[in-house]
Design a protein around this ligand. Sequence first.
Ligand code: 9Z3
Length: 327
Amino acid sequence: MDASSNSETSQDTLYDEIKSFFDSAPPLKDGPDISRKLKEFIGKNSQSKGGVAGSRIVCVTSGGTTVPLERRCVRYIDNFSSGHRGAASTEYFLKAGYSVIFLNRRGTCQPFCRSLPQDPLLECFEVSKELNVQVRQSHSEVVKRAIGEHCAAVEEGLLLKIPFTTIFEYLQILQLIGMSMKDHGRCAMFYLAAAVSDFYVPWQSMVEHKIQSASGPLDMRLVQAPKMLSVLRKNWAPTAFCISFKLETDSEILLAKADMALKRYNMHAVVANELLTRKEEVIVVTSNEKISVRRGKTEAEADADVESPLIKLLVEKHSAYIGDSDS
Ligand code: 9Z3
């Protein structure tokens, strides 16, 4: 067997795995509603900025996917992701003039809420003797800014938020978004910051009811989640600019793994980050460069978040990519 037929075989295996993943996944509850919202959002943002050519839309994915262990789910596997990267990046993409589809894990960090206290409802507001609710003076500036910026983005139709919880929901919605963005050409971008589980329990082999502890130690087989990045690039949205993330805890292997992901999934860039320093530094890996991007040293600096210089750099790379197709 020669090298090309080898790679065709592994492509075929991947397509079979992906088909079986989608065929056996529980149906997406609000699929038709999500498709309608996507159509409206993409349609509006193509027209409002003078046709597809001028309007940039980015799909930002954010937060971790859960892996249910039972169909009537009591227990699930989860991961650490807070959704901070996705929420902050969404704010900077909006500032840069992009429309954003924010595919986010329910309950994780949301755009424009980063400066609010942990429990905004209880800590930001107070009730007067007449039972009027008002913002506490000490929080009025941050609350005003958060609500103002968020309302502006939603009301102007520039921000569409779609929540997910499980890996099934995440991948099904990503497919819907990918296919809806197909006609958006090079102006579409995918910025895949969600922490997607590498392993899952296939729906057809998952038990219906709560696993009983009386049955003794839990012995469970997780299978590898099919890598959707290559189908996203090849089939769902082949002209979109695609950025994926690579997370490691061992700095020794980080860049090699990012390089591998870049080539294997044919990404335009891979953002490499380490768990402990992810808020301070990331490295943007492309086919010919490795660029370190750091946040500013003080809170007051314009690039106090690493996402500020990161999005600036990626927007430049996206512009060059769009420019390439014009020439
Ligand atoms: C990331 O690497 C993100 O930067 C973080 C952000 C999840 C670290 P937080 O949400 O953290 O702000 O707390 N995302 C991608 C992680 C991932 O699952 N990558 C896969 C991999 O490493 C590739 S799709 O294999």
